[in-house]
Write a protein of this length. Sequence first.
Length: 278
Amino acid sequence: MARAENKVEANGTAHLVAALAKALREQQQLSQEELGRKIGYTGSAVSAMETCAQPASDQMLVRLEETLGAGLGVFERARELIRLDRYPPQFKGYMRLEQRALTLSSYSTFVVHGLFQTEAYARALIGGGYPPLKDERVEELVEARLARRALFDREPTALIELIVEESALRRVIGSREIMHEQMLHLAERARLRNVTFQVLPMDCGLSGAHFGDRGDMALVEILDHEHLVYLEAQDESLLVSDPGKVATYSQRYAKIRSQALGPHESLGLVEQLAGERQ
């Protein structure tokens, strides 16, 4: 539903899209109702988009590109910018890196990594956080999180590695049904040729060492082969670029990986958990 406060909250990209869509619509001598019919929306929805009372959704931008874009790709580019604007401020810098990742190696402790989440799992996780968010904001964040999946199919191919704590797989988020779907999705992703998936078992500390005791991390190699580390805790983030520190984090990640189950065993555990939650 369109809201008056959206006109104030809308970012610069949304206002630019609105102005461009209106100008191209009028250039083609289309009314709001006529454009709406062409793109599968009501005239009221087009009006709300043009006034930023309800900025263009991702799907509307796809249809605007097909109908008004004239092959310029402006609305397609706007999709990327608007998705980026929807992320929390502390996450935007990392998202630019993730989109450019040549290799991405992540270690997750409490929940399934965002790249591997289902829509229902993401919605339960985001909607259940604190402080509570408005329903509209929850949906924006869910849509933005799911858009990150494009990395799996991007060219050039990104190599994606995930190590996740076994406890995160056993922790029920939302419902048993949501977790069943999440385990099936995780198993599906784990089978992709550009993905390596491993589970750090809960008894890994029996040897006297738990190399993952300092929390989540993401090691990123971007397309120009620069190596960085991203850390996030309690809505605060840190991007590490110092080569010496990056090397230390990379070594720690390697030690975590040495304690994890192999990919075949890890996939078997996820499939087992999926069966238990039917």
